[in-house]
Design a protein around this ligand. Structure first.
Ligand code: FES
Ligand code: FE
Length: 399
């Protein structure tokens, strides 16, 4: 039960992983510095910020941020949602359009591009360098196929380099509707009392489906009069594959990714995708995983509607989304209970804290462009994630 102080020691050669990666406050704090302050982080989709003045609030790691499109210049900026006076969040709304943000505490105002515009009753200040008191901006913002990313690091790999092999998949996602996709339906949120990485890992964990989602499969079997062969397909289908795309990203392919369609299934892509560290795509859904503490997580689920498609088509995407992931859905709540909260319960037993993440490790084989390929229900995505995580975590030395 001694705490591990070197991140490299959290993993063994044969892919056992130390449970403290999900529970330790020290590891969580180090993650915020190394995993969330180095690589690019997803913050928004362009469809949420179409017009000058549009903004949304979200989080970059644990940091509350405003993503805005400049009212004057149309430029995308990502800024900390924190007043430079005494720290209040200057914007409370999830989305909107505004030329200015006014702090609710003492009324300082900022342009939507971040510059400090007005200080209330400012004659009482001896001297203030107003031009240095704008909202703090993240130094880099980039857009890939409509997905907006930002980085706390002044320098580092370009967004394209970072996304690497994940980039073609993002392009396919961006082309789903006749005129692309839009996130105009907003999001619904779940919160659970366990680590954020559990949600990312569970996004491509085909091994769990027949167990956690057994009741869903039973309902399906009732409806169609026979047991659906889903588990067989998932576990043994040789044409399905999981791929370590590098840089922590991974994908599960269960159709032809080039066509971007999954045999006509509504709003479904023929793959699930994880973009390191906390952006996931499942079916018609974009999933943004927001860490709150070592043992608390918020997840925002955004149905991706099809731009240029009929209202009926998009309404059907929403109903499908709600049917599985909604609060009374047939799937999502089971993941929260079992894959997150029961794991958290089990993790309280720390006497022998090692986990096994080696499923299919012996049959991982090299694919194109430096990728590693495995079977559908292998733990390839988990190992892909932890290769990226370990790289980020070990760069900064001991915990
Ligand atoms: Fe914002 Fe005082 S904290 S004006
Ligand atoms: Fe699940």
């Amino acid at each position: 039960m001694t705490a591990i102080t070197d991140p490299a020691d959290l993993f063994t050669e044969d892919w056992r992983v130390h449970g403290s990666i999900y529970t330790s406050d020290a590891i969580f704090a180090a993650e915020q510095q190394r995993v969330f302050h180095g690589p690019w982080l997803y913050v928004a989709h362009e469809s949420e910020l179409r017009s000058p003045g549009d903004y949304k609030t979200t989080h970059a790691g644990t940091q509350p941020v405003i993503v805005s499109r400049g009212a004057d210049d149309g430029e995308l900026r990502v800024m900390l949602n924190r007043c430079r006076h005494r720290g209040a969040a200057v914007c409370q709304s999830e989305r909107g359009s505004a030329n200015f943000f006014r702090c609710p505490y003492h009324g300082w105002t900022y342009r939507n591009s971040g510059e400090l515009r007005g200080i209330t009753y400012d004659d009482a200040y001896p001297e203030l360098e107003r031009q240095r008191l704008g909202l703090t901006r993240l130094p880099r913002v980039g857009v890939a196929h409509g997905f907006v990313f930002a980085s706390f690091a002044e320098e580092g790999p370009s967004l394209e380099e970072f996304l690497g092999n994940a980039l073609p998949y993002l392009e396919i996602i961006s082309r789903q509707g006749p005129d692309g996709i839009r996130l105009s339906a907003g999001s619904h949120r779940i919160e659970y009392d366990a680590n954020w990485k559990l949600q990312v890992e569970n996004t491509i964990d085909n091994y769990h489906f027949g167990f956690v989602h057994r009741s869903f499969l039973e309902v399906l079997a009732d409806r169609i009069g026979e047991a659906p062969p889903i588990m067989q397909q998932i576990l043994f289908n040789e044409t399905y594959r999981t791929v370590d795309l590098g840089n922590g990203h991974s994908v599960h392919e269960f159709g032809d990714p080039r066509t971007g369609n999954n045999g006509g299934q509504l709003g479904d892509l023929p793959f699930n995708l994880i973009v390191f560290p906390n952006l996931c795509f499942v079916g018609a859904q974009l999933r943004h995983v927001l860490p709150k503490s070592a043992t608390k997580t918020e997840v925002r689920l955004y149905p991706m509607l099809h731009e240029g498609a009929s209202d009926e088509h998009n309404a059907a995407i929403l109903r499908t989304h709600e049917g599985f992931y909604g609060a009374a859905g047939m799937g999502g709540p089971d993941d929260v209970e079992v894959a997150f909260e029961r794991v958290a319960d089990g993790m309280r037993a720390t006497e022998d804290d090692w986990l096994v993440m080696s499923r299919g490790a012996h049959r991982e084989r090299p694919g194109e462009n430096g990728t590693l390929v495995g079977h559908s229900a292998d733990e390839v995505p988990q190992r892909a994630f932890y290769r990226g995580w370990r790289n980020a975590m070990t760069l900064g030395g001991a915990l």
